[in-house]
Design a protein around this ligand. Structure first.
Ligand SMILES: *[C@@H]1O[C@H](CO)[C@@H](O)[C@H](O)[C@H]1NC(C)=O
Ligand SMILES: *[C@@H]1O[C@H](CO)[C@@H](O)[C@H](O)[C@H]1NC(C)=O
Ligand SMILES: *[C@@H]1O[C@H](CO)[C@@H](O)[C@H](O)[C@H]1NC(C)=O
Ligand SMILES: *[C@@H]1O[C@H](CO)[C@@H](O)[C@H](O)[C@H]1NC(C)=O
Length: 350
């Protein structure tokens, strides 16, 4: 294939969008412990409502069920010496040895599209009935500043197409909104998308009552503030129309994340999580590994690179890290990521 340099630049920009945000280490824990006993009212009052795409087939999924369908592997070998069965109450035990290299790997061959990948379609009330598919994590930063993270879990990411071929499919998908509150009033909202995302003032967002809408991209579940087609070839820019990489959003199925969620407070200094309800598991939040299969090597007959030799264009990419890797004590409403600026948009179309 011969490519002009402009096309090549576009391709490289697109390829960079296929990667996930890089990890950020937390400093050593301190002893101070702040505990909150009830979820602050405003965290629920202003919680986002998520519109899933009308053509979506990979719905939100039960976080704990992912452990029933996977086994932990390092370098494609099943590891041993961990508690059986793995649950959300002991998943952090995988951190002990090579924790960040652990991939929760499907026990089924995913090309057979096992039913659990499809998750649970929200019912007429917006609930993923029987599936706890959201973790809401509250970080009280002091001086009236509170960040609420709404972490959405999907068992599978269908990455869309790139030059007409499937790309960036992977087991496990964590996406999120974050709302920054000042004295209980929402000020700014973060929408995660691929390697970065977009930030908006709360005031400019589309809402139902006071709850902002999030539009989840078909398959990729990248979060947008508007419906339509999203050419996301250029990082951090949501262009109308279709491009080399395109997400689709519309008002398909309404999902209310509050109805099937675990709620936690996060203490950044101690790096600890406290459940608002003692029946919610907490150990899993410390797990530093990946929630899906490691990227299959080219020697695996399931694998295919759209551009041969460029592994970021592989049909199957690796699974993502979980909430602990999402910069829960970030300074700006955006996470920090090299090469990106935090542009807080005051209009949906700017
Ligand atoms: C939406 O995703 C499904 C796979 O889940 C795919 O088959 C379909 O083509 C996608 N639709 C669009 C418009 O991309
Ligand atoms: C960590 O991974 C390396 C490379 O795969 C392996 O050689 C080593 O034995 C692992 N260590 C432990 C403690 O499992
Ligand atoms: C968390 O953020 C607060 C406010 O910016 C800062 O004072 C504190 O040092 C941070 N904690 C950690 C562990 O980074
Ligand atoms: C705590 O969670 C359990 C199980 O989901 C539920 O039955 C109970 O009502 C919850 N308690 C409170 C105080 O919300």
């Amino acid at each position: 294939m011969s490519l002009s340099s402009n096309v090549l630049l576009g391709l490289l920009a697109a390829v960079s969008q296929l990667h996930h945000a890089s990890p950020m280490a937390f400093p050593a824990p301190l002893l101070e412990e702040r505990q909150a006993s009830t979820v602050p009212d405003f965290v629920s009052t202003y919680a986002p409502l998520v519109w899933l795409y009308s053509g979506e087939t990979y719905f939100p999924s039960d976080i704990g069920a992912q452990l029933d369908h996977t086994k932990p592997e390092v370098n494609f070998d099943v590891i041993t010496g961990y508690p059986m069965p793995l649950t959300l109450n002991n998943l952090d035990s995988l951190n002990a040895d090579n924790g960040s290299q652990v991939y929760l790997t499907s026990v089924d061959n995913i090309v057979t599209n096992p039913a659990w990948l499809n998750g649970v379609k929200p019912d007429s009330t917006g609930k993923t009935d029987g599936a706890v598919s959201v973790a809401i994590i509250v970080n009280d930063r002091g001086n009236g500043e509170v960040d609420a993270f709404y972490m959405y879990f999907y068992a599978y990411n269908w990455g869309g197409t790139f030059l007409g071929e499937d790309v960036d499919d992977h087991v496990g998908d964590w996406e999120h909104n974050m709302i920054r509150f000042q004295n209980g009033t929402p000020s700014q909202v973060w929408y995660s998308q691929h390697s970065f995302g977009e930030a908006f003032t709360y005031d400019c967002l589309e809402k139902q009552g006071v709850r902002p809408f999030t539009y989840s991209g078909n398959g990729s579940h990248a979060n947008y503030a508007i419906t339509g087609t999203h050419d996301h070839t250029i990082p951090n820019v949501d262009l109308p129309g279709t491009g080399i990489l395109t997400d689709y959003t519309d008002q398909g199925t309404l999902w209310d994340p509050l109805l099937s969620a675990y709620f936690y407070s996060f203490n950044a200094d101690a790096n600890t999580y406290t459940a608002y309800n003692s029946s919610y598991p907490t150990a899993w939040l410390q797990f530093v590994g990946q929630w899906g299969d490691e990227q299959y090597p080219n020697s695996d007959k399931r694998q295919h690179e759209v551009i041969p030799g460029i592994s970021a264009t592989a049909q199957y990419s690796g699974g993502p890290t979980g909430p602990e890797d999402k910069q829960l004590n970030r300074t700006a409403v955006c996470p920090t990521a090299s090469g990106y600026v935090c542009d807080i948009r005051t209009s949906l179309t700017s």
